[in-house]
Design a protein around this ligand. Structure first.
Ligand code: PHE
Length: 338
């Protein structure tokens, strides 16, 4: 019995020393000290022993049990400490590592041009007006003096939505909407998206225009030329030449197309201006009395001018972009340059 107890003690010592996880140590405790454990089994043998030996062996049993118990609890304690230390190491966060930077976007060149043009005209007392992109035929054509079946409608390849609705082909319907809402004096610019069934290196089915309208008493063609000269000088530089060529729009009379001296060659002639020295940037004219009739303005009392320009074209000239499609692809390598 004595030997068995000593063997049990030294076996337990070795087993505990060789074990490092809390779970395995718990299993050892059960297999030695549990109700069906080895030590418990030995204790059951005590009853069959000589009454004289019993107290001595009994003490030894207690001593062995206390020994194993204390070995186990200190082993479990250190296994727990090690587990915590390992977990802390695993989940360690280096707070001194640099963070991930979020990428900052840039404004699209179209937005930049719209903002710059609006800023120039707001300095001249114009305020910004807006209108819908899905428009009634009446605002887009009829009220602007394009009668039904009039050949001038072919100037703009229209996307029809159905039932007299279409995607506006220009920002000019905003003129009509504004004049229907307010009496003269009117001084607005209207930036926005417009649509035409047309697509190549210099045309896109969706593009942007800025419309301008000024109506008051005694507004003259000279005022139109003055406003546009101030505008082109501010946008393209102080000495940019400007010229007006006679043109035709149903809603203006007289009408003009406005050119600036080529920003690439300065007027000498190059590939961009097709050797003419001039670049067309907008259409303009004095508002036709027929338009005033549609918005109940008295053409005898007032006069005014309107102009409209394509933003993509201006952005291409201003930033030297050769293909309009670059403006719509949204390649960040392109956009980051602005
Ligand atoms: N709306 C015309 C176009 O898209 C431009 C324009 C506007 C011309 C205002 C004259 C006056 O072609």
């Amino acid at each position: 019995m004595r030997d068995q107890l000593e063997n049990l003690r030294s076996g337990a010592k070795q087993a505990i020393a060789a074990t490092s996880t809390v779970e395995q140590l718990q299993e050892i405790r059960i297999s030695l000290l549990g109700r069906k454990g080895e030590l418990t089994a030995l204790m059951k043998g005590l009853g069959a022993m000589d009454a004289a030996d019993r107290p001595v062996i009994g003490q030894l049993v207690n001593a062995v049990r206390d020994d194993i118990e204390s070995l186990l609890s200190s082993a479990i304690e250190s296994a727990q400490e090690q587990a915590i230390a390992a977990r802390l190491q695993d989940e360690r966060i280096d707070v001194s590592l640099p963070g991930r930077r979020s990428q900052k976007g840039t404004k699209h060149p179209i937005t930049l041009v719209i903002e710059e043009v609006c800023a120039i005209f707001s300095g001249l007392g114009f305020s910004v007006a807006e209108g819908p992109e899905i428009e009634h035929d009446w605002y887009n054509f009829e009220a602007l003096n394009f009668p039904p079946e009039h050949p001038a409608r072919d100037m703009q390849d229209t996307f029809f939505v159905g039932n007299n609705l279409l995607l506006r082909t220009h920002t000019s319907p905003v003129q009509i909407r504004t004049m229907l809402k307010q009496k003269p004096p009117v001084r607005i610019i209207a930036p926005g998206t417009v649509y035409r069934c047309d697509s190549d290196a210099t045309h896109s089915p969706m593009f942007h225009q800025i419309e301008g309208l000024m109506v008051d008493t005694k507004v003259t063609f000279g005022d139109l030329k003055g406003v546009l000269t101030v505008f082109t000088n501010q946008l393209f530089g102080q000495k940019t030449g400007v010229r007006l060529r006679p043109s035709y729009f149903p809603f203006t009379e007289p009408s003009a197309e406005v050119d600036i001296a080529c920003v690439i060659c300065g007027g000498k002639g190059c590939r961009v201006c097709k050797n003419s020295g001039w670049l067309e940037i907008l259409g303009a004219g004095m508002v036709d009395p027929e338009v005033y009739r549609h918005v109940q303005y008295d053409a005898e009392q007032i006069s005014g001018f309107a102009f409209g320009m394509g933003i993509e074209r201006i952005a291409m000239l201003k930033y030297g972009i050769s293909d309009m499609r670059l403006l719509f692809e949204n390649d960040v390598r392109f956009l980051r340059q602005f």
